[in-house]
Ligand binder design. Sequence first.
Ligand SMILES: CC(C)(COP(=O)(O)OP(=O)(O)OC[C@H]1O[C@@H](n2cnc3c(N)ncnc32)[C@H](O)[C@@H]1OP(=O)(O)O)[C@@H](O)C(=O)NCCC(=O)NCCS
Length: 161
Amino acid sequence: MSRSVDKPPRKLNDQDFSLRPMLEEDLPKVMGIERLAYPYPWSERIFRDCLAAHYSCWVAEKKDEMLGHAVLTVAAGESHILNVCVSPAAQGIGLGRLFVAHLLEVAAARRANTVFLEVRPSNKVAYQLYVSMGFNEVGHRKNYYPAESGKEDALIMALVL
Ligand SMILES: CC(C)(COP(=O)(O)OP(=O)(O)OC[C@H]1O[C@@H](n2cnc3c(N)ncnc32)[C@H](O)[C@@H]1OP(=O)(O)O)[C@@H](O)C(=O)NCCC(=O)NCCS
């Protein structure tokens, strides 16, 4: 898949950002990015529930600027990526790939055997990212996501660690 040629490619350096666990006080900024990046964003309540349940919740930031967030669960040898979200202004420079790589490391460290996720078939960027990181389609859920014309199916993808 090709990117726009209007701008020269930008790539992240390690010094550009840091990943750290999400805190409750991050939620206003997290919600700002979530609402910009998704047509059907999670509610703040969902993030609060994830934090309260001690899911593995992460943010990426550059100095004080929030760049994105990601949420993972691990239980009984299975891990689920629940959210990977990069601020539109920071998309396309490698942060999504780094987030997923980080979540896979967390899942492996917590002894997960398999990592699952769901993605909209229409979300070509995310789908391409997951395929390039080794995820395979293992099923689908009918009418899973809200969509403009009713509902959209979810593709279920899995990666064996
Ligand atoms: C999906 C998302 C997390 C990807 O993050 P990102 O930081 O933009 O992606 P990266 O720069 O790390 O790129 C990773 C891969 O995605 C694909 N990709 C990224 N931007 C793309 C674009 N504009 N066109 C096509 N493919 C693209 C490529 O396969 C790319 O691999 P490459 O770097 O080898 O070319 C980000 O676009 C996003 O937050 N989208 C909105 C929220 C969302 O849909 N989350 C996923 C829910 S399942």
